[in-house]
Design a protein around this ligand. Structure first.
Ligand code: MG
Length: 284
C-alpha cells in the first residue's frame, strides 16, 4: 500500500472520464472513511473527472449523503448522488397516481424522498389500503410493521423494495440489510417485490439515455458482486471491486461470470497506479 496517494491522476483512473462509486464499503464504513477514499475522490474532482455516488442504502436523502461526505472531507453536492430511495420515488411517480398513499417500512430518509415526490404515507393500513408498500432498510423494523405490510399487500397494495441487499458493512462488522426485511415480508405474503436498486439497470438508465454517463468512458467501483458488479456488467460499464467492504477474493473466485469485475483493488489508492497488478485475466 502506498504511503500516500499520488498527487496527479495516473493508472486506471486516467483511463476514464466518469466514476460511479458505491458508498457503504467503498467510501466509508459507518462513519469512518475508508483508507485513501477522501484523497482519491477529491483528486478525481480536482482533475475534472465526473464523480457520481450510487447507493442502494435508502436510509438517507441525497442531501444527507452529501452532508455526510462533506463531513468526511469530500467536496460533494446532492446532485452527485443516485440513491435507491430517490430512484424508487421516480419509479413510483411513473407507476402510481399523483399523491397516492404509501405504507413505508423504512427510515426517515426514504419517507422524505417519497414526500418530496408528492406521495403521502399512511401508518394504519386497516383503514385504507395504500397503493403500495415500499420497503427499505428499517433499523426499527418490528413484528407490527411486518404485520401491517402483510395486510396491505394481501389486500392489493403493490410490493416495492428499494433494494434487496442481504447485508451492509458497518465499521467493524456486517449488519442486516434491507433484503432481510424484504425477505420477511415476501415470506409473510407469498409475493415477490419489484426491486428498484442495483442490480436493476433502471437505476442508471436515465443517466445513460441523457448522455450524462457514457458506459465505455465510465468506471463503476463497488464492494458487492451481486449488486454493484452485476449492474455494471448488465450495462457494459467497466467495473472494479474494492475489497474494503463485503466481497472477498474468495468470493471473486466463486462468482458467476455475470458478477466478475475487471479489476480487484485492495483499496481506492490503487485506482491511481497499482491496479494493473491486480488485473484479472478476463474482461477489458
Ligand atoms: Mg456497498
Amino acid at each position: 500500500m502506498p504511503e500516500r496517494v499520488r498527487e496527479e491522476l495516473s493508472g486506471l483512473a486516467n483511463r476514464f472520464e466518469t466514476f460511479v462509486f458505491d458508498l457503504d464499503g467503498v467510501v466509508y464504513r459507518g462513519n469512518r472513511a475508508l483508507p485513501h477514499a477522501v484523497e482519491v475522490l477529491n483528486l478525481l474532482q480536482e482533475s475534472g473527472r465526473q464523480v457520481f455516488y450510487l447507493t442502494n442504502n435508502s436510509g438517507a436523502t441525497r442531501q444527507q449523503y452529501a452532508e455526510k461526505l462533506r463531513a468526511l472531507g469530500v467536496d460533494a453536492q446532492p446532485e452527485q448522488f443516485i440513491t435507491s430511495a430517490w430512484a424508487t420515488a421516480l419509479y413510483l411517480q411513473r407507476a402510481l397516481n399523483p399523491g397516492a398513499k404509501l405504507f413505508v417500512v423504512g427510515e426517515p430518509g426514504l419517507k422524505q424522498e417519497l414526500h418530496a415526490a408528492g406521495f403521502e404515507t399512511v401508518e394504519a393500513v386497516e383503514t385504507e389500503i395504500p397503493a403500495a408498500v415500499v420497503v427499505g432498510i428499517d433499523r426499527a423494523f418490528s413484528y407490527e410493521r411486518l404485520a401491517q405490510a402483510q395486510y396491505a399487500i394481501l389486500n392489493g397494495a403493490r410490493f416495492i423494495a428499494t433494494n434487496a441487499d442481504p447485508t451492509y458493512p458497518a465499521e467493524d462488522r456486517l449488519l442486516p440489510g434491507a433484503g432481510t426485511m424484504v425477505a420477511a415480508i415476501a415470506t409473510a405474503t407469498g409475493h415477490k417485490p419489484r426491486v428498484i436498486g442495483k442490480p436493476n439497470p433502471q437505476i442508471l438508465q436515465p443517466f445513460i439515455e441523457r448522455g450524462v454517463i457514457q458506459p465505455e468512458r465510465t468506471l463503476l467501483i463497488g464492494d458487492r458482486l451481486d449488486t454493484d458488479i452485476a449492474l455494471a456488467n448488465l450495462l457494459h460499464i467497466p467495473c472494479a471491486l474494492v475489497l474494503t467492504g463485503v466481497a472477498t477474493r474468495d468470493d471473486v473466485a466463486c462468482a458467476p461470470l455475470e458478477q466478475l469485475p475487471q479489476w480487484v483493488l485492495n483499496n481506492l489508492s490503487e485506482l491511481l497506479g497499482d491496479a494493473v497488478n491486480n488485473l484479472l485475466v478476463h474482461g477489458v
